[in-house]
Design a binder for this molecule. Sequence first.
Ligand SMILES: *[C@@H]1O[C@H](CO)[C@@H](O)[C@H](O)[C@H]1NC(C)=O
Ligand SMILES: *[C@@H]1O[C@H](CO)[C@@H](O)[C@H](O)[C@H]1NC(C)=O
Length: 364
Amino acid sequence: MISAKTILAAFVLARLALAMPSGTDTAKRATCTVNSVSSASSLSSCSSVVISSFTVPSGSTLTMNFAEGASVTMSGDVTFASTTSSGPLVTIAGTGITFNGNGHKFDGNGPDYWDGEGTNGGKTKPHPFMKLKASGTLENFTILNTPAQAISMGNDDPVVVSGVTVDNSAGDTNSLGHNTDGFDCSESDVTIQNSVIKNQDDCIAINAGSNIVFQNNQCSGGHGISIGSIASGKTVSGVTISGNTVTNSQNGLRIKVNADATSASVSGVTYSGNTLSGITDYGILVTESYPDSFGTPGTGASISGINFTGSKTTVAVDSSATRVAVNCGSGACSGTWNWGELTVTGGKTSVIKAASATISGGSY
Ligand SMILES: *[C@@H]1O[C@H](CO)[C@@H](O)[C@H](O)[C@H]1NC(C)=O
Ligand SMILES: *[C@@H]1O[C@H](CO)[C@@H](O)[C@H](O)[C@H]1NC(C)=O
């Protein structure tokens, strides 16, 4: 006799067998937890990953290579003990991932390294703190107190970084934090938005790449929003900088090309709807004499298509600052630049050496 119970049990088992994925599917559907450096080493079969709170010990770095399309969330903070390891201390890699930090932190222990010298001397500082080799969407996490540069982009496919806080404001005390760039970008197809960057160097430095959008971010305490410095052979094109707020910073918006750069170019940069105040050096600086802000410009790199259009960009500079400085080498800047939606007030008279470029409109 087969009992009703047995039939029911067989039925349930059959249903379970149908519901359970088989073979590689089982592996792909696994949820994995990262709660140590070693647990991060084999994530290739995890479609879903939870990062919980742990400390990365001295001498170690954290690399997370996520599966294509993985969904990653954080449930706690990851703290990095002081280390003599080289940067990056944390690498996030993976194609088309969705990374949601739920507001949790990566804490770099910056105060243990900060000595006012950044990467120019003093204590060795691992940098960058974080390398983002991921594409997809990364959002809602905080990078706290990085030894030097915070986030370096390294994506191969399009990426959107949203709602990220880089908070190095503790480094303002006694000017100990230095070279703490928020984002360094030498990649294409990058959008960084709705983020907050408090630091002591460039909010973002765009060194190469195309199709780059930096929008609706808040920068404070640093050196402003920068394209460059541009070195020989580097090209930046198709950049949109819009809706950002920059306060209490050395510079507002800069394009800086190395004086000795050759075979390099910056083209197609559009600024729209940015609001800047408390700028101490230059409101707007376009220069080909870097590292000198206004030295003898080089002629081996070209700059074209630099526009202030769309919504008004307003810049209020301090009395010590120059409103606008353009410093192009002979023939090296060209075309018509539409500055119709730019207003700069305060500070000292603008100095414009635009070479072959014609700048139209604007109030500065
Ligand atoms: C970030 O995550 C926290 C925790 O889930 C949430 O309360 C907050 O609203 C999120 N912020 C954004 C901008 O999504
Ligand atoms: C910048 O403005 C000039 C002059 O109006 C225009 O010819 C050019 O296409 C604009 N460039 C971009 C990238 O919008």
